[in-house]
Write a protein that binds this ligand. Structure first.
Ligand SMILES: Cc1ncc(COP(=O)(O)O)c(C=O)c1O
Length: 373
């Protein structure tokens, strides 16, 4: 029986292996391991790719979110107690930095058909205490609509994108020839280069991107104990920098971002075409979006049985995510409200293999899915 692992990171990195080794040797021989030429070059290349003007390497994606919000607070643009809109069905790392900084997460229940919270949905949920929004491009599906963006901007709400899962995703803005990339929509965006991401480091890494030079500089200082000059500190900062080794690895992989998205798109198209089982709901499509397909997520009311059927037939799956933040013990009594769609999605979602598979594999996996009764 052919096995379909969910993702083997050695396979993910195989196509880059020689160049990664060369880059690693270059860093080792340079003797420069932090805040050096690799990080500087990677930041420039990332900012150029996203068209944001500025990028600051961070230790990981959670820290990218935390540093962005902390910088907004240091700059007086946010204060403790301010409400921040966030999807109810996101990964815990979207919410942890908010509560850790004394901000108030305001979960917004997602739309069942897109599994996502659009900017319009966030604008609808905003109240007098809302000062910021953290849209999440979950699974690589852009949380974007032009009207919602306009409404949030007009309400003076700061937009920080959680672009951890969507590097390479694009939006075709109607009436314009060009596309915009997720990560360049809001006031700033956080990116994760966790090894299993579409563009993954060989360890932890992340970045903050923004067109705002003051915000970028504040994030940079906060990531480096709170100062720009050695032994002089303007802020009570953190040690949360990207290191030279990860930057060198990412410089090898960043130019592959669009090709990686398109490889995933080819497999996603095959899943879309070949899955015909009426018990399964396939992921959303929007003709204005080029999704990054970080995950290919189907829904099924008998999800656990479906996962078992797939496992029995050699297909490894995962659940993103089995328990939303508001139902985690760490937020018991701290995040209040009912989020029935997020709860339902947590019971129904199942991620199929999408990294490292071919459209032919997607076809084979689809025929296994179609045999599920
Ligand atoms: C939506 C989302 N936000 C934030 C993060 C945090 O990124 P990291 O794992 O690099 O800390 C991740 C990834 O794990 C994520 O998927």
């Amino acid at each position: 029986m052919k096995e379909y692992p969910f993702q083997r990171l050695a396979d993910t990195n195989a196509r880059f292996a020689e160049r990664l080794k060369e880059a690693a040797c270059r860093v080792i021989d340079s003797g420069w391991y932090l805040m050096g030429p690799e990080t500087k070059a990677f930041e420039e290349e990332l900012a150029l790719f996203l068209g944001t003007g500025h990028a600051v390497g961070t230790a990981n994606g959670l820290e990218a979110i935390r540093l962005t919000f902390k910088a907004l607070m240091e700059l007086g643009r946010l204060k403790p107690g301010d409400g921040v809109l966030v999807p109810a069905n996101t990964f815990i790392a979207s919410v942890l930095p908010l509560t850790q900084l004394g901000l108030k997460p305001r979960p917004v229940d997602p739309d069942y058909s897109t599994m996502s919270v659009s900017l319009s949905m966030m604008a609808d949920a905003a109240d007098a205490d809302t000062r910021a929004a953290l849209p999440v491009h979950l699974y690589g599906f852009p949380a974007y609509d032009a009207e919602g963006l306009e409404r949030l901007k007009n309400a003076g709400i700061i937009i920080v994108e959680d672009n951890a899962q969507a590097i390479g995703a694009e939006i075709n803005v109607s009436g314009r020839d060009t596309s915009i990339r997720t990560g360049s929509i809001g006031d700033a965006a956080a990116i994760s280069f966790y090894p299993a991401k579409n563009i993954g480091a060989l360890g932890d890494a992340g970045a903050v991107v923004t067109s705002d030079p003051v915000l970028a500089e504040t994030v940079r200082q906060l990531s480096n104990y709170g100062g720009s000059r050695k032994y002089r500190y303007d802020f009570q900062g953190f040690n949360s920098r990207m290191d030279e080794m990860q930057a060198a690895m990412l410089r090898v992989k960043l130019p592959d971002t669009v090709a990686e998205r398109d490889r995933r798109e080819a497999s996603a198209q095959e899943y879309d075409r070949a899955i015909t089982n009426p018990l399964i709901t396939k992921p959303p499509r929007d003709r204005h979006f080029r999704q990054a397909w970080h995950q290919y997520v189907v829904r099924c009311s008998r999800r656990d049985e479906l996962a078992e059927h797939l496992r029995h037939n050699g297909v490894e799956t995962m659940i993103h995510y089995p328990l939303p933040p508001h139902r985690q013990r760490c937020y018991e009594g701290k995040i209040v409200g009912h989020f029935p769609v997020a709860d339902r999605l947590a019971d129904e979602v199942l991620s199929l293999p999408i990294a490292n598979i071919t459209p032919y594999d997607a076809k084979e996996i689809s025929s296994i899915i179609n045999r599920f009764k």
